[in-house]
Design a protein around this ligand. Structure first.
Ligand code: SF4
Length: 348
């Protein structure tokens, strides 16, 4: 596709570099017929380097600055970055990458004209229009089909996104620019996450090498987050939904699975609850044995046995075992219940 064709489609090369997830970008790249095996060939190191940089930035900063001085490299580095992320087979990296691309796009979109926002939304087949000029009753700039609204707002938990709090007219919702961009961010994140769901049959060693480096960086970053000091006081309002569900079940003497008990105990110990206090929680259980329960709690706290201080399993494990319940908006940005707790407190 020539520059002229891109312009006529409404997007410039700069747009494709800023919004590389657009269908238009794939069309632009198609004639180059890039194959995964090409990454091992000479001259591809610059592309691999920029792609790795993108993924690293996502892990470290949760955003990906655009380099518009080398537009072609910028456009091409997006699909290569996706390949790197897929090769890691790591759900934290996948989630983080999709989120960072979406956040960066959201920040760029907020500076765009209303017409450009319509164009990008069109790439997702949104039924979106500028509010009719004669509609003087509302200062909201856009109207969007309520199905497009619901699909994206369903993932946002602030009560302002509830349909009952929106202005609905003839099947359309009125939105200001900021909210239209926020909903687009959701759409973008999900499109990228979907593209990361595939499995690669075989990666060239160059790609595997980069993927290993990225995994190492992610592990270090996660480790740092884990080691950040937690506040000394237990703040129940910052509990993640899964822990709330376990805590309520324990408080009303409902049965907890083995992993449920372990998750709740290790979570409470890690946020600073004493073993004695945790023990209180299990007292009404029919199989309660004070000496044994306290021993098990102290074992998890690292005060018995090998001295290992246990932390709760990460979200992906809890999801597999059905312990992840009522996950909310914040859950999409974390990978561990303790990460949720820290983040929620910081937000508060
Ligand atoms: S996503 Fe993680 S923190 Fe959120 S409810 Fe599920 S397991 Fe808990």
């Amino acid at each position: 596709m020539t520059n002229l064709q891109i312009e006529s489609a409404g997007f410039t090369k700069n747009d494709l570099a800023k919004y590389p997830f657009l269908k238009e970008t794939a069309e632009y790249i198609k004639p180059l017929d890039l194959q995964i095996g090409d990454l091992a060939s000479m001259g591809m190191d610059q592309l691999l380097r920029r792609a790795e940089e993108r993924v690293n930035e996502a892990i470290l900063n949760r955003c990906i600055n655009r380099n518009l001085k080398t537009v072609d490299l910028e456009i091409l580095s997006f699909p290569v970055a996706l390949l790197i992320v897929i090769s890691t087979e790591n759900s934290f990296i996948k989630k983080r990458y999709a989120l960072a691309e979406a956040k960066q796009a959201s920040s760029d979109l907020s500076k765009e004209t209303k017409e450009r926002i319509l164009k990008i939304a069109g790439d997702f087949d949104w039924k979106i229009k500028l509010s009719p000029k004669e509609d003087v009753n509302t200062p909201l700039e856009f109207t969007i089909k309520f199905t497009d609204y619901l699909r994206n707002a369903a993932h946002l938990h602030d009560k302002k996104w509830k349909l009952t709090n929106s202005i609905l007219s003839h099947g359309n919702i009125y939105l200001n620019k900021k909210d239209a961009v926020r909903l687009l961010e959701e759409e973008i994140r999900r499109r990228i996450e979907k593209r990361l769901e595939v499995k690669l049959a075989k990666s060239p060693p160059e790609l595997t090498e980069v993927a290993e480096r990225v995994k190492k960086l992610a592990a270090e970053t996660i480790g740092q987050t884990e080691n950040e000091e937690l506040p000394k006081v237990v703040v129940q309002t910052a509990f993640p939904p899964c822990i709330n569900a376990l805590y309520e079940a324990a408080s009303s003497s409902h049965h907890l699975s083995h992993i449920g008990r372990f998750t709740l105990t290790s979570f409470l110990i890690n946020i600073g609850m004493s073993p004695e206090k945790v023990n209180e929680l299990f007292k009404t259980f029919s199989d309660y044995n004070e000496r044994l329960t306290l021993y098990q709690i102290e074992h998890i706290a690292g005060e018995r046995g090998s001295g290992t201080h246990y932390i709760p399993p990460q979200c992906s494990v809890l999801q597999t075992h059905g312990v992840c319940k009522n996950s909310d908006d914040l859950c999409r940005r974390i990978y561990h219940p303790l990460g949720y707790y820290r983040r929620k407190q910081r937000l508060a």
